[in-house]
Design a binder for this molecule. Structure first.
Ligand SMILES: [Zn+2]
Ligand SMILES: [Zn+2]
Length: 635
C-alpha cells in the first residue's frame, strides 16, 4: 500500500515503504536536502531522519524561516556545550535555548569565560562541525534518564528530569562524545553548522531566580554560510555606532549616574531641549485632536492602589510604600487611577463623551538592575499617557482616530516602517466576552479600513482587554516597541465609573489606555538609534553653526547668526580662532545639520556658503536662499 506525503503546495509524493523527511527533501531537490534543518510532520516538529510510517503532511524547514533558524541555533548551542565539556570537563551544563538572534548556553563554572577561552571554544566548535557528527536521538524512561545523568554528574539535568511527569517519554541527543537531555528536534549533523561566532558572556541565575546559583552564560550565533555571518557582524558594528548610550554621551544629551541611582535618567541641556521640542509638538497635536490635559501627583494612598488592583497583580513592579501620618503611600507605577479619579469628580452625561484625558505622566517601576539598559529599560520614565472614555457607539470612531493620530505622530519623527500586532483575548480574561468581541472587532476593522498591515497575536492580550501594539522597524531590521492602544474592562468596573445615558440610566463607559511614544525615554533612545544620531532638523538643538574663516568676517558672521535667530532658526556662531577645516570637522562630529561658512568672498558679495551634514557642500547662496532651504526641510 502506498504512503502519501502531502507537501505545502498540495502536491503529493507516494512511497512504498516508510520514508524520512530527508529522503523526501532529496527527492524534491538536492538543494532543499542540503538546506533542510528539520521537518514538521502533521504539525509536529521532528528530526529530518525520523521515520514517516503513514500518510502525512510534511513541511521541510530551512534556515530561511523562523522555525528553521530556531532549530539551527539551538543545535549550535548543543555544539557549543560539547566544545565546552571537551575543553573544561569540570563544567556542569544546564540549558541552551535559541533566542531572537542566535543562542546561549548557561554553564556552572566558578570563573567567567575569558575572551581567549571563547576563541578556544569557537575553534573547537569548528573542528567538531567539520567532523560532521550526527545528532542522534534516543528515547528512554525517566528512571533510565535519571541513572544516565547521575552517572554523568550533571546535577542540573537531574533537576530538570525530576520535574518531568512520570510516564512521559524523555529523549536525549548525542553527538560524538556529548549527550544532552532535549526534546529536539535538531539538525541531522554538526556539519551543517558552517559559520559560528561567540559574541559575549554574562552571568545568569539558574532558572532566572536570584536565590539560585549564578551561572556563566555564553551567547553566540551561527549561519549556514560565512557570507551571512559577515553581514551579521557588520550589522552589529553598525548597531554599536548607533547605540543610543554612546550617542547620548557623544552629543551630550543625557547621562545615568551611579550616585543618583541605576535606571534614573539625567537630561542634559541639549537632550532636555530636544525633549522639550518633542513635548511641545505632542501637546500642540493633542490640543488639535480634542484631548484635555490633566496633571496628577507622583504618589497616591494605598487605598487607591487596592481599588485599582495594582497592589495585587502589579505589586512586584512597585516600590516599597512610604509612611505619611500613619498611612501608606506608593509612588505611582501608572497614571490611570488618577485620571479615573479626575473623571469621577463629576457626574457625566453621554453628551460629554468622549472624554480624552492626556498627561505626560512620570511613573516609577521596579526593574531588576540586570535588565536596565540605557534609556530603553529604566526605573523612572514619562509616559505620554491618555485615557479615552466613551460610549459603546463611539468606540469604532475613537479607535480609528487613535490609529490615524498615532501614525501621523510617528511619521513626523521620520519613522517609515512599522510592525503592528493585534493581541486578542487570553485564557483568563476579566469583563464580558461580548465586550471583548466588540473591542477586538473594532481594533481589527479600524486597521483594515486604514489599510494598515498587521499580524494577530492570538490570545496575547492583557487579562483586561485586547490591544494594538505598534513597533518601529529600523534600517538594521530591528524593531522597537512604541505605541499601545489598549482596551480596559477591568478598571471601569473596579472604580465603578459611570455616565448617564440618553435613557437617564447609569451606564459603564468604555475605557482605552493609549501611549503613542510609550515612554519618552525609550522613544528618545529609539529616535537616536533609528536616525544614528542624525535627528530630523526640527529636533536639533543647534540647527546651523555659523563659521567665519578669519577674524575679518567676525562681524558679518555675527550678523548672519542674528538673522538666522530672528527667523526662528536655532543658530550659533563659532568665533574660535581655529582653522575652518577643524571647525567643520567638529560640527560634523556633533552632527549639527547645517554649517554656514563665511569667508572673504561671502563677505564681499554678502552671500553665505552652506554645508549639510551627511550630504556635504551645497555651494554659495544668499541668506534668503539658505533660509528657504532650511524652511522647506522643516515643513
Ligand atoms: Zn536540544
Ligand atoms: Zn492607563
Amino acid at each position: 500500500m502506498a504512503l502519501k506525503i502531502t507537501l505545502p503546495d498540495a502536491s503529493v509524493k507516494e512511497y512504498d515503504n516508510p520514508v524520512s523527511p530527508l529522503q523526501v527533501a532529496e527527492d524534491i531537490s538536492r538543494r532543499l536536502a542540503d538546506a533542510a534543518v528539520a521537518a514538521e510532520v502533521n504539525g509536529n516538529l521532528v528530526d529530518l531522519n525520523s521515520e514517516i510510517n503513514d500518510d502525512a503532511s510534511l513541511v521541510i524547514h530551512t534556515f530561511s524561516n523562523p522555525v528553521g533558524k530556531e532549530i539551527y541555533w539551538h543545535s549550535t548551542a548543543h555544539l557549543m556545550a560539547q566544545a565546552v565539556k571537551q575543553l573544561f570537563p569540570e563544567v556542569k551544563v544546564t540549558i541552551g535555548p535559541a533566542i531572537e538572534q542566535g543562542f546561549y548556553y548557561d554553564f556552572d563554572r566558578a570563573e567567567p569565560f575569558s575572551d581567549e577561552e571563547l576563541v578556544l571554544i569557537e575553534n573547537r566548535m569548528k573542528e567538531l562541525s567539520s567532523q560532521n557528527l550526527p545528532y542522534s536521538r534516543k528515547e528512554l524512561s525517566k528512571q533510565e534518564a535519571m541513572e544516565m545523568f547521575s552517572n554523568l554528574q550533571e546535577d542540573y539535568k537531574l533537576e530538570l528530569i525530576e520535574a518531568i511527569p512520570d510516564g512521559d517519554i524523555i529523549s536525549t541527543y548525542t553527538q560524538g562524545d556529548f549527550i544532552d537531555l532535549c526534546r529536539g528536534p535538531h539538525l541531522p549533523d554538526t556539519g551543517r553548522i558552517k559559520a559560528v561566532k561567540l559574541l559575549k558572556t554574562s552571568g545568569a541565575y539558574w532558572r532566572g531566580d536570584e536565590h539560585n546559583k549564578m551561572l556563566k552564560r555564553i551567547y553566540g550565533i551561527s549561519f549556514p554560510t560565512n557570507k551571512e555571518l559577515n553581514e551579521y557582524i557588520q550589522m552589529l558594528e553598525e548597531a554599536k555606532k548607533r547605540d543610543h548610550r554612546k550617542l547620548g554621551k557623544d552629543l551630550d544629551l543625557f547621562s545615568i549616574d551611579d550616585e543618583v541611582g541605576a535606571g534614573l535618567v539625567l537630561w542634559h541641556p541639549n537632550g532636555a531641549l530636544m525633549r522639550h521640542l518633542i513635548e511641545q509638538y505632542w501637546k500642540d497635536e493633542h490640543l488639535k485632536n480634542g484631548y484635555k490635559f490633566v496633571c496628577s501627583p507622583h504618589i497616591g494612598r494605598s487605598n487607591l492602589w487596592h481599588t485599582s488592583g495594582h497592589l495585587g497583580y502589579y505589586h512586584e513592579n512597585m516600590y516599597s510604600p512610604m509612611d505619611i501620618e500613619g498611612q501608606e503611600y506608593y509612588i505611582k507605577p501608572m497614571n490611570c487611577p488618577f485620571h479615573i479619579a479626575i473623571y469621577k469628580t463629576t457626574l457625566h452625561s453621554y453628551r460629554e463623551l468622549p472624554i480624552r484625558l492626556a498627561e505626560l505622566g512620570t511613573v516609577y517601576r521596579y526593574e531588576r538592575s540586570g535588565v536596565l539598559h540605557g534609556l530603553m529599560r529604566v526605573r523612572g520614565f514619562t509616559q505620554d499617557d491618555a485615557h479615552i472614555i466613551c460610549t459603546a457607539e463611539q468606540v469604532n470612531d475613537e479607535v480609528e482616530k487613535l490609529l490615524e493620530f498615532s501614525m501621523s505622530v510617528l511619521k513626523h519623527f521620520g519613522f517609515e516602517n512599522f510592525q503592528i500586532y493585534l493581541s486578542t483575548m487570553p485564557s483568563n480574561p476579566v469583563g464580558e466576552v461580548k465586550d471583548w468581541e466588540m473591542a477586538t472587532v473594532s481594533l481589527r476593522s479600524s486597521l483594515e479600513k486604514l489599510n494598515i498591515p498587521y499580524e494577530v497575536d492570538e490570545g496575547g492580550g492583557a487579562f483586561y482587554g485586547p490591544k494594538i501594539d505598534i513597533k518601529i522597524k529600523d534600517a538594521l531590521n530591528r524593531s522597537w516597541q512604541c505605541t499601545t492602544i489598549q482596551f480596559d474592562f477591568n478598571l471601569p468596573q473596579r472604580f465603578n465609573m459611570e455616565y448617564i445615558g440618553a435613557d437617564n440610566h447609569s451606564h459603564k463607559p468604555y475605557m482605552i489606555h493609549r501611549a503613542i511614544f510609550g515612554s519618552l525615554e525609550r522613544f528618545f533612545g529609539t529616535l537616536l538609534e533609528y536616525h544614528a544620531g542624525n535627528m530630523p532638523l526640527w529636533l536639533c538643538p543647534i540647527q546651523v553653526m555659523v563659521m567665519p574663516i578669519t577674524d575679518v568676517q567676525i562681524d558679518y558672521a555675527k550678523d548672519i547668526n542674528q538673522q538666522f535667530t530672528k527667523n526662528g532658526i536655532r543658530a550659533e556662531v563659532d568665533l574660535r580662532s581655529e582653522k575652518i577645516g577643524y571647525k567643520i570637522r567638529e560640527a560634523e562630529m556633533r552632527k549639527i545639520p547645517y554649517m554656514c561658512i563665511i569667508g572673504k568672498k561671502e563677505f564681499e558679495d554678502t552671500s553665505v556658503t552652506l554645508r549639510r551634514h551627511t550630504i556635504g557642500d551645497l555651494g554659495s547662496m544668499s541668506l534668503q536662499e539658505a533660509l528657504d532651504k532650511m524652511e522647506s526641510e522643516l515643513q
